[in-house]
Design a protein around this ligand. Structure first.
Ligand code: SAM
Length: 278
């Protein structure tokens, strides 16, 4: 059997009794045109290994293989999905490896050969945690070239947010420091089975060669976390506990002590992180 001859996803779900489970964040994509479109947003896959988290019944997996991925490593926690995924592996000999594991516990690197791209319709309950992990590796450059990930629309907005917007905060700064991030697709709830309560969006993140501005990662993270913990306060108050001369350090970083975190650019936060190390 080849990929085109595989049964429609509705049939796969019925045959394998894959009633969606909320606890596993299961909102499936059953339209193969749509999953192929998402796979195309991930870029040229022909020379890449692709890491997919949560393949479920395999709609996006089929899209990634059909779009020419060299290899796909699919990590799925729900054992009920494995027979359906094995069927896909048989239709794409040597190109799909399925691992039954919790993505939060597994080190995928042992299974992958660079260059690596990540593409996933993520379970919403662990999406942000996985993204933060992929953005804060122990070393740089990261193991991946790009991430093409489905999020709730509201989370996607937080990833790409600019200063001055409500969505701007830790996630935007983290992503912006090391990546180019943009929303490449918007999806209404009806695109999924069952439909979630909220709209979704696909975010494509490309890794930069190095961080956009110099800063120590841990110091930057700490400063940003403190600043946004009290996002309505002026920074001289929000960061008061960090150093007795915090106002001088803010000024040296080009930030007005009366500014609030949500108006401060990434470049200035990086300058402040450097000031905190003096
Ligand atoms: N990719 C499929 C699709 O687009 O139709 C399914 C997406 S569904 C939103 C999320 C998938 O992630 C489910 O198949 C679920 O079982 C799986 N999942 C949930 N938690 C997981 C975890 N910790 N590790 C690996 N997979 C997980």
């Amino acid at each position: 059997m080849n990929l085109n001859a595989l049964p429609p996803l509705r049939q796969v779900i019925a045959e394998h009794d894959l009633a969606a489970r909320k606890s596993l964040g299961q909102n499936f994509l059953l339209d193969l045109n749509l999953t192929a479109k998402i796979a195309r947003q991930a870029g040229d896959l022909s020379q890449c290994d692709v890491l997919e988290i949560g393949p479920g019944p395999g709609g996006l997996t089929r899209g990634l293989l059909a779009e020419g991925a060299r290899r796909v490593l699919a990590v799925e926690k729900d054992t009920r999905c494995l027979p359906a995924l094995e069927q896909i592996a048989e239709a794409a000999p040597g190109r799909l490896q399925v691992i039954n594991a919790d993505a939060l516990e597994l080190d995928p690197l042992t299974y992958l050969t660079p260059p690596i791209r990540v593409a996933a319709n993520l379970p919403y309950n662990i999406g942000t945690e996985l993204l933060v992990r992929w953005l804060t590796p122990p070393q740089w450059p990261p193991f991946w070239q790009s991430l093409t990930l489905m999020f709730q629309r509201e989370v996607a907005e937080r990833i790409i947010a600019r200063p001055g917007s409500k969505a701007y905060g830790r996630l935007a700064l983290l992503a912006g420091w090391r990546c180019e991030a943009r929303i490449v697709m918007n999806l209404p709830p009806e695109a999924f089975t069952p439909p979630p309560k909220v709209s979704s969006a696909v975010v494509h993140l490309t890794a930069l060669q190095g961080p956009r501005y110099p800063a120590d990662a841990k110091t930057l993270e700490m400063v940003v976390a403190r600043a946004f913990n009290q996002r309505r306060k002026m920074l001289r108050a929000a960061l008061k506990g960090l150093a007795p001369d915090i106002e001088d350090r803010l000024i040296a970083a080009g930030i007005k002590p009366t500014d609030r975190a949500e108006t401060v650019e990434l470049e200035q936060f990086c300058a402040l992180a450097r000031q905190m190390q003096n």
